[in-house]
Design a protein around this ligand. Structure first.
Ligand code: KIV
Length: 271
């Protein structure tokens, strides 16, 4: 029996049940009310208010500039729209690293001011104290390992991670650690499918993959990428489910033509 069909509201326990029942978890990002409403109605299990909002919504080159205030602003509108999906909010760069008290303070702010169900943070052992502080307040955490975009300046690019034994071993240790600390799930971004399989089989909590093969317990994509709004981003892992950039440009072009020609509005469209 599908967990998905029975569930009225997706909780962290539902995530676990899905893994236990072998049912895949489907996640997408959203950053605003209108899209989150459609994504929720279409049956997504969880919505991530990703710090990819920095790129997608604010036009920054990396995720680093986005602030806690901006994440809260986006998340508040998504939470209003999500009736069934769990809403997870990314903690932005600088809001949880190196200071466990600050991490707790910011996580509490995000939970209180948005009404979301969980937060996501990037990293393993190096932010262990932040994991502990946030979890101690009863706040569910989705961990994020592999290509962690907030560390882009350390990595020097968005290439596949953990291709060498040492980094793969570190990722395995960090995956074990976040499970042992009490995270309810972990995102594995842009790592070899064979490594994601190993981690997924090793952990009892669900893994959510992006560019990590299809053995993960769930998948996540950035909404604007999978719907073809961002037509410049074409990584190998991305499957486009629509070509919205063409549709939008054509619709806007037709509107411009009609307005210029004095054809819009016509009599039927006037009062
Ligand atoms: O910010 C984001 O959208 C993410 C996903 C790509 C996992 O972290």
């Amino acid at each position: 029996m599908s967990v998905h069909k029975e569930v009225k509201v997706v909780t962290t326990q539902v995530f676990q049940n899905m893994k236990n029942n072998g049912e895949k978890i489907a996640m997408l990002t959203s950053y605003d009310y209108s899209i989150a409403r459609l994504v929720d109605q279409a049956g997504i299990d969880a919505i991530l208010v990703g710090d990819s909002a920095a790129n997608v919504m604010l036009g920054h080159h990396t995720t680093l500039p986005i602030t806690v205030d901006e994440m809260i602003f986006f998340a508040q509108s998504v939470v209003k729209a999500a009736k069934r999906a769990m809403v997870v909010v990314d903690m932005p760069f600088g809001s949880y690293q190196g200071d466990a008290h600050l991490a707790l303070k910011n996580a509490v702010r995000i939970m209180k001011e948005t009404g979301c169900q969980a937060v996501k943070i990037e990293g393993g052992k190096e932010i262990e104290e932040s994991y502990k502080a946030i979890l101690s307040a009863g706040i569910p955490i989705m961990a994020h390992l592999g290509l962690t975009p907030q560390s882009i300046n350390k990595f020097g690019g968005y290439a596949l991670r953990a291709t060498e034994d040492a980094e793969a071993q570190l990722l395995i240790e960090n995956a074990k650690l976040v499970e042992q600390l009490g995270c309810f799930s972990v995102v594995l971004e842009k790592i070899p499918a064979s490594l994601a399989k190993k981690v997924t089989e090793m952990l009892s909590i669900p893994t959510i993959g992006i560019g990590a093969g299809n053995v993960c317990d769930g998948q996540i994509l950035v909404f604007q990428d999978m719907i073809g709004i961002n037509d410049e981003f074409k990584p190998k892992f991305l499957r486009r489910y629509a070509d919205l950039s063409t549709i939008i440009k054509s619709a806007v072009g037709n509107y411009v033509t009609d307005v210029k020609a004095g054809d819009y509005p016509n009599e039927e469209e006037s009062y």
